[in-house]
Write a protein that binds this ligand. Sequence first.
Ligand SMILES: NC(=O)c1ccc[n+]([C@@H]2O[C@H](COP(=O)([O-])OP(=O)(O)OC[C@H]3O[C@@H](n4cnc5c(N)ncnc54)[C@H](O)[C@@H]3O)[C@@H](O)[C@H]2O)c1
Ligand SMILES: [Zn+2]
Length: 465
Amino acid sequence: MGSIALYGIYGLILIVLIGYVIARWMAALRPRRGAGGHSSPSAAQEGGGPAQEGVDPELARQVERFQASQGVLSIHKIGASRQVRVELGQRGYDIRIKPGLLDEIGPATRAATTGHAAFIITDSNVRPLYATRATAALAAAGFAVHVASFPAGEMHKTLLTVATLFDQIFAAPTPPDRASVIVALGGGVVGDVAGFVAATLLRGVPFVQVPTTLLADVDSSVGGKTGVDHSAGKNLIGAFHQPRAVLIDPQVLGTLAAVEISSGLAECIKHGVIRDAALIGWIEQHAEDLRPRAAAAGAGSLSAAGTDVMGELTARNVAIKAAVVAADEHEQDKGPRSHLNFGHTIGHAIESAYGFGGAADGDYLRHGHCVALGMVAADRIAVARGLLAADDAARIERLLARLNLPIRLPGLSADTLLATMRLDKKARAGRLRFVLPAVHLGTVAVHEDVMDSEIREAIRYLSNP
Ligand SMILES: NC(=O)c1ccc[n+]([C@@H]2O[C@H](COP(=O)([O-])OP(=O)(O)OC[C@H]3O[C@@H](n4cnc5c(N)ncnc54)[C@H](O)[C@@H]3O)[C@@H](O)[C@H]2O)c1
Ligand SMILES: [Zn+2]
């Protein structure tokens, strides 16, 4: 009898202890609440109401998923070469980063398929720069190589382009079969279009990403989102189709225009804000090396030191993207992958309304520039809600500006942007969602209750010179 009572007391103590640990854990994840304290937060680390009444299972589930998506940032470095694994079971693949890798894409592509034909898909800018080297590397690995291309630019990320690529592929002397491999050689536009061709050609063939812009290196080449734009909105047509390998040669950034480098840097800062405050510090430390300079445009080569900084930047970013994708491959409702949309709600609206339809002289807002503006706006909303310290928001703005990214855009119309956001929302049959910083830099949460008045205030802020 006595020992049963003793066990009972031990059990009670254990339950109290577990309860205390869980309560401390939830409290640590809870943000500072602002004066206005908005309700109905939807992501785990936001805490708020439910957490105080006990552990809400939905909340606990989201905390778990968020933490899984932080992953272990494992970068394997041997000499100047770096490697990161995207852990997706049977569909898992390696991201290799190495100066000069463009001339060595043959073996990794050969490892992806036993097929005979390789189709390089590229655009009109990249083709004259790099298609010959890529063709030689693939031919050396025993492939019959064909190059298919389309005019460069976001305005050509369309179904029409996909159709012209199919025409080129089916007209090749070696016709495609299910083992043929598509090699995406180019920036994010090429990667998205070529990936979609690979997803749909003969109901799906293997593909390999060989990105050539910083944005594609650090973001779009990883994760298997492929597709094209529609007049109703960006990326509305597409498929999930994971590459078999991502082969990154940082040296090819030597020919990339400074404006494109800055565009890629915006996505790097995004990764820091959503997952890795240390990455923000690293970018600050290396800002002078990373800062795109007009002289870099068309220079044709990066110094060894410049290449190494770009290689390290890329490795740190793909490690974050790989962990997020591994935790939530298909972007489930409010899942970790949706955090990658930080800065993109207003950013996409700016891009649709003011971006790629722009000037023919090339002086238009790139994707990353729109994301930079979108991040400034999201931070502004977060500061007003008491979710982010004003100092942290100012720090991000300073860093964006140092990297030649826009942090203000005079003349923005809140009516136009809200209408564009609603259209996009309607097209996706979803709710207007904002990813906002939570607790501190490196953590974010999804909100569905952001009011028009808050969005208008943030756009006013963006428009102020
Ligand atoms: N799939 C994803 O997960 C994902 C993620 C982020 C962005 N994206 C998409 O990526 C696209 C933007 O990609 P981007 O910024 O790479 O644009 P991009 O592909 O248009 O490339 C930018 C410009 O640089 C040129 N170029 C490419 N490599 C070059 C090189 N090495 N030297 C000289 N010129 C070069 C291109 O021809 C183009 O004119 C958008 O459509 C966006 O929606 C997709
Ligand atoms: Zn983006």
